[in-house]
Design a protein around this ligand. Structure first.
Ligand code: ADP
Ligand code: ZN
Length: 736
């Protein structure tokens, strides 16, 4: 074996190794136990949601152990990006797959045997190809193999959503190389698949790490898709800065929408299985490299997309099931920064989806698909916390307590109204029509329609004809849906949806139970703009400069921008303005290699920016120094001054917001800046003292953590506003 020092001797702690190689200060939840197990050569099964940080679980051990870590991944398109990312961190990695020519493969095999490589990515086909096991045996004898990491391990399971027959053969690894530890990694949530993975890969007493599927940085909302759906979509797209994915149900709809958005001047490309391989690859690359901002896609655009800085995912058509929705929307915000997930609901789309299901040949398949669609509609119509619905679907209900404050329903609970009388009218109309008609007909009768069909059936003679003129068609539909949803009426499912009364319907008709309906208000825009945090103009401007620099450097090396630095690192730079290499190395995401490679260019740019704008390096320090010097107050803008005046009159955050016609988050960010400027702000008046204490404890523990990380720790009962205000005050106190 090649002479390498004992694994961890070079680093006093795993954290030091993490900072050195990847630039991160601390492990994410679940990473450390897995890494420790892998270092001990124990098998492991790692289940983390998308963006949870699975890769690091084998990458760091690969660097600390002797030999090569062999990573099996089905995503050939992705391998090169992963290798580039690692190379940019100074890690020697390579890949072998069917897209390479013979000479390249030979060269890479030679590099491996020379002991120059720590991570080898292979496709399952390559792994099973003739001769590959021979190479592995040679490697084991010479440089050593530190483990097999099976990425996207759910592909071994027929119960998963992405079964790949070639994954089935992976059990051979254990038989041929029983001494080499194996780990499986996946984002699949279902128990059935987990059990299957452990069996299929023949894992031996594995460490099983299951992380929560809660993604606290994602904001979830559902909006009605009315006639004006497209304009509404455009408003959304404009509201969100950064990259976004818009999912549609069919290729045709993808093409139409992409075309329309292009005509309206948006930067957009389509993606679906009807495009050639080359076009798809090209479009994907341009999206990942930020040459284009929006991707309009079918679900074919999926698993292989490793872009961590997608800021929003919009489902323009209803997805087929909740698991699919969770995975697709989960492609937003893998970097842990705030991101937005919007689902548009139109009952016409549900009808289309139902029609497509009815075309399926297999009755069982139809039944399952219909049930899944119903669950999806339930999710869209729910008036409770969306996160609760999702997590309860994955069996994680206990983890969410109270409102999450990161979904539309929590922020803006729809009012519940008593519609018992309307429900009685509706149900008695169903009875009068002899339970032989669907919702549209019932509504026509209620609203007194004189359509030919109604006249032919003599339904204009019914006592319920015209008793519902006072409500619009939309209102009746809302009620009808809600009755179905609450199982207060049934609907036949043989393709012709006919309304049928059930026992509960009769209870309503006999006035034994009341009927409550959640009536959506005009959906107010979510906190999209507000959650793009507390950036002052300078921060935003510097961020733009840094992003442009990152894009330039990325293009020079033809890698995606996030490979150079993640978004969070740029934000931190924009906020703290590090002008020396020392200060720069403190930024989370800056490891030794990145410091050497990019430290100069970035600090140059920051120094230049500060010189141009007459700014100091560390905005916090400037504010601290300025505290006694009242003149600096002039830098506080007029709008901040107005907020401060109202605050001093004793108004609460919400009262100030109402009076000024601004959002509470905006007011909070004014107050936060005022605190940092050294103004006297009564935090006690804004945040309950018990809460302040709790937040303070966490701040002390996690000194340099991002807002999102602090919020993760505190839990969703704490608002970002509270944390920001307390943090500002706390940091001012800490400074000399
Ligand atoms: P997954 O494979 O689980 O979807 P990745 O491994 O791609 O997720 O990680 C998602 C993002 O999180 C990447 O940008 C990665 O660099 C980042 N990341 C991973 N571990 C950490 C950490 N300990 N601290 C900060 N960022 C991390
Ligand atoms: Zn919620």
């Amino acid at each position: 074996m090649a002479g390498v020092a004992s694994p961890t001797a070079a680093f006093p702690s795993l954290e030091t190794a993490l900072k050195h190689h990847f630039g991160y200060d601390r492990f994410r939840l679940g990473q450390r136990p897995v890494i420790e197990a892998v270092l001990k050569s124990q098998d492991a099964l790692v289940i983390m949601p998308t963006g949870g940080g699975k890769s690091l679980c084998y990458q760091l051990p690969a660097l600390l152990k002797l030999g090569v870590m062999v990573v099996v991944s089905p995503l050939i398109a992705l391998m090169q990006d992963q290798v580039d990312s690692l190379t940019d961190n100074g890690v020697v990695a390579t890949c072998l797959n069917s897209s390479l020519d013979y000479g390249t493969i030979r060269q890479r095999e030679a590099d491996l045997l020379a002991g120059n490589i720590k991570l080898l990515y292979v496709s399952p086909e390559r792994l099973m190809s003739p001769g590959f096991f021979g190479l592995l045996e040679q490697l084991i004898k010479t440089v050593g193999v530190s483990g097999f990491a099976i990425d996207e391990a759910h592909c071994v399971s027929e119960w998963g959503h992405d079964f790949r027959p070639e994954y089935r053969q992976l059990s051979v690894l254990r038989e041929r190389f029983p001494q080499i530890p194996v780990m499986g990694l996946t984002a699949t949530a279902t128990e059935r698949v987990r059990v299957d993975i452990a069996q299929q890969l023949r894992l031996r007493d594995p460490l099983i790490q299951v992380s929560s599927f809660n993604r606290p940085n994602l904001f979830y909302e559902v909006r009605p898709k009315g006639r004006d759906g497209y304009q509404e979509l455009r408003r959304q797209v404009k509201q969100h800065p950064g990259s976004g994915i818009i999912y549609c149900l069919s290729r045709k709809r993808v093409d139409e929408l992409a075309q329309r958005l292009t005509e309206d001047g948006e930067s957009v490309l389509p993606y679906h299985a009807g495009l050639s391989d080359d076009t798809r690859r090209e479009n994907q690359t341009r999206f990942i490299r930020d040459d284009v901002r929006l991707m309009v896609a079918t679900v074919a655009f999926g698993m292989g997309i490793n872009k961590p800085d997608v800021r929003f995912v919009i489902h323009y058509d209803i997805p087929r099931n909740i698991e699919g929705y969770y995975q697709e929307s989960g492609r937003a915000g893998r970097d842990g920064e705030p991101a937005h997930c919007t689902l548009y609901l139109a009952y016409g789309d549900v009808a289309t989806a139902e029609y497509l299901i009815s075309q399926k040949p297999d009755a069982d398949e139809q039944r399952i698909a219909r049930q899944q669609l119903r669950q999806m509609v339930d999710y869209a119509e729910t008036t409770v916390c969306r996160r609760r619905v999702q997590l309860s679907y994955f069996g994680e209900l206990d983890l969410v307590e109270g409102p999450c404050q990161q979904c539309d329903n929590c922020l803006n609970p729809p009012p519940i109204e008593d519609w018992t009388v309307e429900a009685q009218k509706f149900l008695s109309c169903v009875a009068r029509c002899q339970e032989r008609f669907g919702m549209a007909h019932i509504i026509d009768v209620l609203r007194g329609s004189k359509k030919q069909k109604i006249l032919d059936l003599r339904h204009d003679q019914l006592s319920t004809h015209g008793i519902g003129k006072d409500r619009s068609v939309e209102e009746w539909r809302l009620l009808g849906r809600s009755l179905l949803h609450q199982r207060l009426v049934d609907e036949t499912s043989d393709g012709y949806p006919v309304l049928k009364l059930n026992a509960a319907s009769w209870q309503v008709l006999r006035k034994q139970i009341t009927v409550e309906v959640a009536v959506p208000k005009d959906f107010a825009p979510g906190p999209a703009e507000a959650s793009t945090i507390e950036d002052t103009t300078e921060v935003a401007q510097l961020l733009t400069v840094l992003k442009a620099l990152r894009k330039k450097l990325a293009d020079q090396q033809s890698v995606p921008p996030y490979v150079v630095f993640p978004e969070s690192a740029l934000r931190q730079m924009a906020r703290t303005r590090p002008q020396t290499l020392e200060a720069f190395s403190q930024v989370s995401g800056v490891g030794s290699r990145k410091l050497a490679q990019y430290g100069e260019v970035f600090t140059d740019a920051i120094r230049q920016f500060c010189a141009d704008y007459g700014l100091e390096s560390d905005p916090g320090a400037a504010a601290r120094r300025s505290r006694p010097v009242r003149e600096r107050r002039q830098s506080v803008g007029d709008t901040h001054r107005q907020t401060l005046d109202l605050h001093r009159q004793g108004l609460s955050l919400q009262e100030i917001a109402d009076q000024r016609g601004l959002k509470a988050t905006t007011i909070a960010s004014h107050l936060e800046q005022l605190i940092r400027q050294g103004e006297t702000v009564e935090v006690d008046q804004l945040v309950d003292t018990d809460r302040q204490r709790t937040i303070g404890t966490v701040l002390a523990e996690m000194e340099n953590a991002s807002l999102t990380e602090i919020r993760d720790r505190l839990g969703s009962a704490f608002s970002y506003e509270d944390i920001r205000l307390v943090r500002a005050a706390w940091q001012m106190e800490q400074s000399p």
